[in-house]
Design a protein around this ligand. Structure first.
Ligand code: B1M
Length: 210
């Protein structure tokens, strides 16, 4: 089994104590950060499919998520940012009612690595909290809202609309598995991205147009 395959299996089976070492071994063997990340994301897809099929339940999903987070911790320093020239501050969070944070954390890391200072509000963030965070932090140029459940898509809409009505000039981008570019446009977001890499590109694009 390749080192990457081993990481995949450990994430799928939620072996959080072993994942960090396995990720390090894959790196030492010359595997690329992007490939290891992609493998772990694929593992979460498998976990989701097993959940849908009734083969596993919420605790197993949670354990797999913890395992992936341990792997991401090892990769994070290698996804480091450009540092000095900040493009401004980006507020990020997962919307109200939604507890999924792995995707949001990856998006945050990638936007940070594109040159932004990040303020992460965590999960289950009420719409008004995004507005308060913009007001309480310096040089905020972008708000990024993540939503992973079809049931929290209305919360995504509420977040965008609350931010836009309080702060009409603020750029807002949205994303998450159930979100489409059409939905993003319909709810008044300035930008949408399907994954963490393109979220960083979109963030730069939105800020360049200010
Ligand atoms: Co949940 N869950 N979950 N879950 N969970 C999903 C999302 C689900 C698809 C599983 C399934 O049924 N196949 C399903 C949603 C179905 C739907 O809405 N249509 C689901 C469900 C139903 C639920 C519960 C309702 C289950 C229950 O209680 N009965 C419950 C809801 C809790 C809540 O939020 N209120 C629940 C709970 C959980 C756990 C807490 C156990 C755990 C989350 C732990 C955590 O995040 N710390 C969990 C997990 C792990 C998953 C799966 C298996 C994995 C999610 C993940 O981390 N993916 C997931 C199945 C799946 O994704 N295939 C599932 C990897 C991650 C890198 O991808 O988050 O998509 P993703 O992020 C991507 C893109 O979406 C995008 O970029 C990221 C990186 O490329 N992106 C953005 C994300 N945010 C973005 C923002 C942007 C731009 C791009 O701009 C701002």
């Amino acid at each position: 089994m390749s080192k990457i395959e081993a990481v995949k299996v450990l994430v799928e089976t939620g072996k959080s104590k072993k994942v960090a070492a396995a990720v390090q071994e894959a790196l030492d063997a010359g595997d690329k950060v992007a490939d290891i990340l992609e493998a772990m994301i694929a593992s979460m897809g498998v976990v989701g499919d097993k959940f849908s099929a009734g083969e596993i339940f919420v605790p197993e999903m949670l354990i797999a998520a913890k395992a992936m987070s341990k792997g991401v911790e090892v990769l994070k320093p290698l996804m480091a940012g450009e540092g000095s020239n900040s493009l401004g501050t980006c507020i990020i969070g997962t919307v109200a009612g939604d507890l999924h944070d792995i995707g949001k954390n990856l998006v945050s890391m990638m936007i940070e690595s594109a040159g932004f200072d990040m303020v992460d509000l965590g999960v289950d963030v009420p719409a008004e909290k995004f507005v308060t965070a913009v007001k309480e932090n310096e040089h905020v140029v972008l708000v990024a809202c993540s939503g992973l459940l079809t049931t929290t898509m209305p919360a995504l809409k509420e977040a965008v609309q609350t931010i836009k009505s309080a702060l009409p000039e603020m750029k807002v981008m949205v994303g998450g598995a159930p979100v489409t570019p059409e939905y993003a446009e319909e709810i008044g977001a300035d930008g949408y991205a399907p994954d963490a890499g393109s979220a960083a590109v979109k963030a730069k694009e939105l800020v360049a147009s200010i």
